[in-house]
Design a protein around this ligand. Structure first.
Ligand code: GAL
Length: 451
């Protein structure tokens, strides 16, 4: 071998060794990556493709439960994290994938969920409102497992109010488990602002408008609104509707027994428009948390929001119930309770149903509900939870729930199908800027067949 070819040969050997070394390195790296993705609990809140691939191996238990919700960030996720922590204490061998998609009332999450469900790629379990959102979307499409036996085995039939079991049932089958009860017809108010302006808690719409005038004259925003996502305005409208129609006719409206062309619906729209005269100018660029901040810092006096706002005030903004903020039923709806219940079920086709059921058991337990709800601002769905774990707002709301007429919320999925709700949100959004009652009513009338 001559010098040149000797050098070449040596050079080739070195290159071969390097390639071999690189090959071993890549194989090792892939192996380590595969191991770590299998064991990762994925606390980062993102959907994990590696986790999904593992799940397709066909084993009974992959040791991971993916929880899909829209509880991210301020005022939303504390309760969920407490529930996950409790679950992990009890089930150290089952990892949780917290797959939450941000956006109040499921604005974005519901769309992501729909794509996944249609693609037969369901999360292990997902947040869904009791009522039509569950029944008309996922039960009707035959995507959910009935849980009757699971309820019986765990002796839950008398642990949840009948009305809630009805909301999560269809044709005699039960399809999900309620973790909470939120109330939608509540106004929260800044106590200092009320005192400074000599305002008494209003109980009727007339008193409400008198208070709003007084506040406006004093240069304070009477009502905070953040309708960047239009459900917050829809929620005000549904509460005005409840006040105008009363609980029986409100239910008849959504059962299609009373038409949206009923004159009282137009009156409700007028009144809704009047409330909008008292809101902050930048409402369209705020979300619900941003609007709650206006009340927290005294720029605005009142906020109609479900009581997840209580969780936000108390846990995120460190405000004290009945010291910094107070609460009252939406005027003209005292004795009525706009029910919003977050529930979780078992989608068909998940490959580790037993692990998912372990999570559902924790969520359904007194301990689980009492870990979740005091942070979330809601009351427990179970009737045997411990009231002492709740502040005065929670205790009052538990009493109100027992003594009120219960009605299903439109804005939060219980009263009507998702198709109708999407159109109602659009109609509300247009109404907020145009204030055209006839157009608004017309839009609701044309959407009604989709209810
Ligand atoms: C509701 C849900 C609540 C809360 C709220 C704001 O639809 O039931 O739990 O998350 O949206 O996002």
């Amino acid at each position: 071998m001559d010098y040149e070819s000797g050098i070449k040969q040596k050079g080739e050997d070195v290159v071969k060794k390097k390639i071999f070394g690189l090959f071993i390195f890549v194989v090792l790296a892939l192996f380590i990556a595969a191991c770590s993705s299998e064991s990762s609990g994925d606390a980062d809140g993102k959907t994990d493709d590696a986790g999904k691939d593992n799940s397709e191996g066909g084993s009974d238990s992959k040791g991971e439960v993916e929880i899909f919700s829209w509880w991210t960030g301020a005022g939303e996720e504390d309760g969920l994290l407490a529930l996950i922590e409790l679950f992990e204490e009890k089930n150290p061998d089952i990892a949780i994938d917290n797959a939450a998609v941000s956006g109040g009332a499921g604005t974005n999450a519901k769309a992501v969920l729909a794509t996944r469900m249609q693609g037969n790629d369901p999360p292990s379990t997902f947040q869904v409102h009791g009522g039509e959102e569950l029944n008309k979307s996922w039960v009707a499409a035959d995507k959910m497992e009935p849980l009757n036996d699971f309820y019986e085995e765990n002796e839950w039939m008398d642990k949840f109010p009948e009305e809630l079991i009805d909301l999560v049932s269809s044709d005699g089958n039960i399809y999900s488990i309620p973790v909470n009860i939120h109330r939608g017809n509540v106004f929260f108010y800044n106590i200092q602002v009320f005192e400074d302006n000599g305002i008494e808690v209003p109980t009727t719409m007339d008193e409400f408008f008198a208070a709003a005038d007084k506040l406006q004259e004093a240069g304070t925003i009477p009502v905070a609104l953040g309708d960047k996502e239009s459900w917050t305005a829809t929620q005000i409208f549904e509460n005005v509707l409840l006040g105008k129609l009363g609980p029986d006719d409100y239910k008849k409206l959504f059962a299609g027994e009373i038409g949206f062309d009923d004159p009282r619906v137009a009156e409700a729209a007028e009144q809704f428009g009047k409330i909008l005269d008292y809101v902050n100018e930048d409402h369209a660029s705020r979300n619900w948390q941003d609007s709650a901040q206006l009340v927290a810092n005294g720029e605005a006096a009142m906020l109609n929001m479900g009581d997840w706002a209580k969780g936000y005030f108390a846990n995120d903004l460190d405000l004290e119930t009945n010291v910094d903020f107070g609460y009252f039923a939406f005027p003209d709806t005292d004795g009525e309770f706009q029910v919003i219940t977050d529930t979780f079920g078992l989608p068909k086709g998940v490959d580790n149903p037993d692990d998912v059921k372990e999570f559902l058991k924790v969520l359904a337990s007194v301990e689980g509900q009492d870990a979740f709800n005091p942070l979330k601002g809601s009351i427990p769905a179970r009737i045997d939870a411990d009231p002492e774990k709740y502040d005065q707002y929670g205790k009052d709301t538990m009493e109100d729930f027992k003594n009120s007429r219960l009605v299903p919320s439109l804005a939060h999925g219980s009263a009507a199908s998702e198709g109708f709700l999407t159109k109602a949100n659009q109609a509300v959004n247009i109404f907020v800027t145009q204030r055209d009652v006839d157009n608004f009513i017309q839009a609701l009338v044309s959407a009604a067949p989709e209810m």
